[in-house]
Design a protein around this ligand. Structure first.
Ligand code: HEC
Ligand code: HEC
Ligand code: HEC
Ligand code: HEC
Ligand code: HEC
Ligand code: HEC
Length: 336
């Protein structure tokens, strides 16, 4: 039922009851004036705002790693980490500025990323004319954390993802001896560099046989994060689980039956193994693939940065096939 007709229906009932009451007193009062019409009921609101949808979204969210928040206890309160690893840290650093992450104790009671981490208020209620508005906190272009001269724009919802899914550090720069000091076994871009790979920046770009396309020109700019990870929910993937869903690929890659479209994931996997073996021989990564503290030739350090970043991107090339394959091939050629 439309909200408007609900309201006028209730008004009619009240008037009707009033009339009954008065007639039972024996005095016939004049008929009441018509109630004003309710606002035209916005069925459009109910597309998202209904109990069934809410239950579904919650059910999906509970399957997600955001909800799981495995590292909230470890990183959700800490300075430098909280801004991406907890609800409180993200909102404080990005929006309110009441930044308790900067204090020595950090965020006292960090909680996992949830509805209000990503959603706040609508900017419009006129969905028919203004388009879908998911009440998201940020859909504006993002200046990257590791290099704020680079502005990334996936045009809408996916810009929110990059604020957290981006590298924390740029690649190595050479000292006077063409060397670089790898300072710890945690060195590298950091676990979630998906945003910069998708855009096609911040890899350590060796001049080599393979060229690098103009940043932002890649075909997957268009589905972007939400197109592959959220659009369709099916088989416990996509939607608010955020797990990539094969059903989101087939609209463009007709008949694809795995993420290994045209064998790209297999190719990237093989190149990673080849590069990993070379780096182990150089001593810059250990048997588990973690960086080793020490001073290395800049080419080895650059190739190590690419190796760790592409491993931690975890799409095996899908995020940006051409860029990721070019980085791997040029890294291998540089240190072979
Ligand atoms: C710019 C945002 C950002 C910052 C800052 C950040 N992280 Fe993360 N971190 C992420 C994202 C995103 C993931 C999940 C990436 C994925 O699973 O692919 C992650 C994953 C992790 C993981 C899990 C790795 C694994 O193997 O699954 C650990 C542990 C972690 N971060 C620790 C830290 C610590 C400690 C700090 C502070 C020193 C920190 N992070 C700072 C974004 C960030
Ligand atoms: C990590 C960020 C994030 C979190 C956490 C999150 N959402 Fe969303 N949500 C989004 C994005 C992004 C979209 C828009 C997707 C698009 O553009 O297609 C969205 C869309 C929606 C929609 C409209 C689409 C639909 O499926 O009906 C609803 C409703 C919604 N979210 C509710 C919730 C609720 C409730 C929670 C908590 C259980 C939640 N969201 C948690 C990012 C998030
Ligand atoms: C495209 C999906 C979508 C549509 C359509 C939609 N909403 Fe929302 N709305 C959301 C999401 C997502 C949130 C934030 C998550 C939550 O609160 O569950 C939200 C939050 C709200 C909130 C609380 C935050 C705020 O902005 O004050 C109000 C009120 C609200 N919606 C009203 C409306 C009304 C009224 C309409 C119709 C004119 C409407 N919504 C249509 C998705 C939608
Ligand atoms: C507030 C920061 C933040 C935002 C915004 C965010 N993420 Fe995450 N995301 C994380 C962190 C941190 C993790 C790892 C959680 C953990 O294990 O504690 C993660 C985990 C994930 C994972 C699971 C990876 C794994 O195996 O651990 C996927 C997939 C993912 N995010 C996709 C997205 C997408 C798509 C968006 C945008 C709609 C998004 N995220 C928005 C911080 C964020
Ligand atoms: C073209 C589709 C596509 C786009 C665009 C895309 N992803 Fe992915 N993503 C994938 C696929 C496919 C995987 C790897 C799944 C596998 O092999 O298991 C993946 C893996 C991941 C993972 C690791 C989770 C896992 O399943 O192991 C995270 C986190 C992630 N993507 C986040 C993002 C973010 C953030 C963006 C936007 C900056 C993004 N993705 C854009 C398809 C996409
Ligand atoms: C909106 C359309 C769209 C969606 C959705 C999409 N892709 Fe693509 N993808 C493309 C286009 C366009 C190319 C470039 C094809 C070319 O250059 O011939 C491409 C290229 C690729 C490539 C490189 C191999 C090739 O065909 O050139 C892989 C691998 C790939 N996509 C995997 C995926 C996976 C996995 C998903 C789902 C998780 C996905 N894509 C979703 C449009 C899309």
């Amino acid at each position: 039922m439309k909200k408007g007709s609900l309201i006028s229906g209730m008004l009619t009932l009240i008037l009707f009851a009033g009339v009954l009451f008065m007639s039972s007193c024996g005095k016939e009062g004049p008929a009441g004036a018509d109630g004003t019409d309710g606002v035209d009921g916005n069925m459009v609101c109910m597309e998202c705002h209904n109990l069934e949808n809410k239950a579904n979204v919650h059910m999906q969210y509970e399957m997600s790693q955001h909800h799981e928040g495995e590292f909230v206890g470890y990183a959700g309160g800490r300075q430098d980490c909280a801004k991406c690893h907890s609800n409180e840290g993200f909102i404080e650093t990005q929006y309110t500025g009441a930044d308790t992450t900067a204090s020595a104790d950090g965020v006292p009671y960090p909680t996992a990323i949830g509805c209000v981490t990503c959603h706040s208020s609508h900017s419009t209620f006129d969905f028919e004319n203004d388009g879908d508005d998911y009440a998201l906190r940020g859909t504006e272009p993002i200046k990257l954390l590791a290099d704020n001269t680079i502005e990334v724009d996936f045009g809408g919802s996916s810009n929110l993802c990059i604020i957290c899914h981006e590298p924390r550090r740029t690649g190595p720069t050479p000292d006077a001896n063409d060397s670089f000091f790898i300072s710890s076994s945690h060195w590298g871009p950091h676990h979630g560099p998906q945003g910069s790979f998708l855009y096609g920046v911040l890899g350590y770009e060796f001049d080599g046989a393979e060229s690098y396309a103009t940043p932002g020109s890649h075909a997957h700019m268009q589905p972007a994060c939400t197109g592959c990870h959220m659009e369709t929910y099916s088989n416990s993937k996509g939607g608010h689980t955020w797990w990539p869903n094969l059903d989101n690929c087939t609209s463009c890659h007709e008949g694809a039956n795995s993420f290994d479209v045209k064998g790209v994931q297999t190719e990237v996997h093989d190149l990673l193994v080849e590069l990993g073996d070379l780096l182990k021989a150089e001593g810059s990564i250990d048997a588990d693939g973690h960086p080793v503290r020490g001073t290395f030739h800049i080419d080895v350090a650059g190739a190590t940065y690419n190796y760790i970043g592409i491993e931690e991107d975890r799409s095996l090339g899908v995020h940006n096939p051409d860029y990721i394959i070019a980085l791997l091939k040029n890294s291998i050629d540089a240190i072979k």
